[in-house]
Design a protein around this ligand. Structure first.
Ligand code: BJW
Ligand code: ZN
Length: 231
């Protein structure tokens, strides 16, 4: 039995055509992060934020899971032990690629959240600032996204899984955003082997036992085949 926890970031969806954040031409080069990814930005200009996520939702809906997403689903189906994907991504490509055990720690584009009562419902493709909550009727709909300064989702479950992990793998994340960037240290403390799969070393690359550099559609299927062969 071996328990595997996988942290994914924008790099795993890059080859599906979804932009990353910190690339030279990425999302943060096109949009001011304080305007579109903070609660204060949402209070200042809710339409700007809702439109930003409407655009992202439309882009994600037309993207397809790639070989890396599919390989992680195969790992979940065939590993002798648990496989948990903790994704920082707000797209649903892991689920559409076949993974079932997925935590969206930074929220999900296909979900809307009521800021008044915390009810959640499926987001329409184009949310409107004036949308009302289907449960309490308050005009308080917001994208169900974890912005800077907000607490990521399901942290208790993630910390428990890291404490039980035999293998921790980080795929396509730059290691700039906490608490996700602290997971490698947490897993190592619990005795897990740690591996980074990325195009290049991340900000926390030196903390991993091993690193493999290359596009996720190549490195992830190769790693999955390798680990399943060691069953
Ligand atoms: C490929 C590839 C290919 C490309 N193949 N690889 C000072 C110190 C420490 C912490 C803080 C601090 N000041 C503030 C904080 C906290 C703050 C934080 O970390 N700030 C930093 C910027 C310093 N964090 C928070 O506020 C978080 N909340 C929090 O800490 O609450 C307190 C708390 C926590 C826990 C318990 C109790 C209390 C919330 C963070 C919310 C992040 N939100 C965003 C936007 C919303 C979601 C969205 O719109 O999609 O989430 S920011 C953005 O960054 C997004 C991403 O999920 C996140 C991570 O980005 P990611 O995925 O790493 O993408 P990139 O673009 O950075 O990197 C892509 C990588 O892929 C690169 O490495 C490429 O090389 C690689 N790649 N193509 C393989 N083909
Ligand atoms: Zn409500």
């Amino acid at each position: 039995m071996r328990n595997i926890v996988i942290l994914t970031g924008a790099g795993i969806s890059a080859e599906s055509g979804i932009e990353t954040f910190r690339a030279e031409t990425g999302l943060w080069a096109q949009h001011n992060v304080d305007d579109v990814a903070t609660p204060e930005g949402f209070v200042r200009d809710p339409k700007l934020v809702v439109d930003f996520y409407n655009g992202r939702r439309t882009q994600a809906a037309s993207a397809l899971p790639n070989a890396a997403h599919k390989a992680l689903a195969k790992l979940e189906a065939e590993n002798n032990g648990s496989v948990l994907v903790v994704t920082q991504n707000v797209d649903d490509l892991h689920e559409r690629g076949g993974s079932n055990n997925v935590i969206h720690m930074h929220g999900a584009l296909n979900s809307a959240l009521c800021a008044a009562c915390e009810h959640r419902w499926p987001a329409p493709m184009q949310m409107q600032v004036a949308d009302t909550c289907p449960s309490c009727n308050a005009p308080a709909a917001r994208p169900d996204i974890v912005w800077f300064g907000e607490i990521p989702y399901q942290m208790d479950r993630i910390i428990d899984a890291l404490g039980e992990a035999d293998i921790f793998v980080s795929i396509g994340t730059s290691g700039n955003v906490y608490p996700a960037a602290g997971f490698v240290a947490e897993a190592a403390r619990a005795g897990a082997e740690t591996l980074e799969l990325n195009l290049e070393s991340s900000a926390i690359g030196s903390q991993f036992d091993k690193s493999v550099f290359g596009p996720a559609t190549q490195t992830v299927p190769a790693w999955v085949d390798d680990i399943l062969a060691k069953k």
